[in-house]
Ligand binder design. Sequence first.
Ligand code: SR1
Ligand code: MG
Length: 416
Amino acid sequence: AYRILREADLRDYLAGLPAIVAQLGGAPADWSISEVGDGNLNLVFIVKGGSGGLAVKQALPYVRLVGESWPLPLSRAHYEHMALVHQARLAPMLVPAVLHHDAPLALTAMELLEPHIIMRKGLIEATWYPRFVEDISTFLAQTLFFTSDLALSAAEKKQGIADFAGNHALCKITEDLIFTDPYRIAEQNRWTAPYLDATAAAFREDLDLHVAISRLKLKFMASPQALLHGDLHTGSIMVTDSETRVIDPEFAFYGPMGFDIGAVIGNLLMAYLASAGHERTPGERASFEAWLLATMEGVWSEFSRKFLALWRSEANGDGYPVSLFTGEAGAARLEAERQAYMARLFEDTVGFAAAKTIRRILGLAHNIDFEWIADEKQRAICEARALKLARNMMLEAPSYTTIGAVTYAARELRNW
Ligand code: SR1
Ligand code: MG
């Protein structure tokens, strides 16, 4: 039966699992266990034994950030587990290995990622991650392509949608917190007041923006293109110099691919525009910010290259029947169609990146890229730049035809 585990309960529980006891080593009484969760929803324990360690995540029956007044289904642990297993098959070595799952307890024990750190924290420290472009573009291309109609039969795809359809409470969080609340008066919204009061009010009055965000919301709700991670911000990525692991897919569901890609790009944009507010030497600042822009460009261009390569070589799905594109003319027409598909996907990506940015500045759940800028006026300056860029990206998404156009606009706004 479900119960919220404290450290002592977890010790007793894990001591009853022979494979886990072997993984940890030593006597259970000697294991160190500490709860380290700093996310918005769950408990996270780090457990260390005589010869190994693991991370244990348990879902709470409510939103941790807010408290018991906001109940949330435990079933999200089931969807997260299913997504992790699926992603491990599609993108080996890019997600943590699952060691144990207990559905009634809404608990999953995973490989301990050490010395990995949460990427967002590394970016605030101006740390570069040379593997990131290669790894995240592989993760995105593999997980999105192989769960799409380009790779699956119609029956397989519909089964996939059904398997994750029950995760609607987590989708509802996204629908409200990203696509609705930042654009209306909502009790839980906050922003850096008083500096952004007028901007927040302008966003609440901006009907052009309300149309644009509503189109994106509809796309999020009604375009089951592929199995998404669903919350792919830089707090859901753990990194070292040489490794990348994507964690926390509890928001997984079948949705529009651009939502995951846009999450990565939007969070890099925020890291870039927050950089001015963090202590750095001038040289460190310039080279780190240049790396961030090159990283954004690399994420899209490498994702796009890998996704297209998969489409050309692994397209066994029902989406584009090969029999309709025979001969030289057919092959050329299909290739043109692939390019048009990627252009539409990029437009979605730009819009979702903008939505992800606006929600972190005007909505409930903020991020430490901005929050850790102690001087509130300086923070508001960085946030205002990000809001200006995001508003333009959302309204003018079709005019951003290349990732270079996005990074050019970001660079232009950097000193606005
Ligand atoms: C109430 S949950 C707030 C946010 O935390 C998660 O990481 C998701 O981004 C969600 O929108
Ligand atoms: Mg999370």
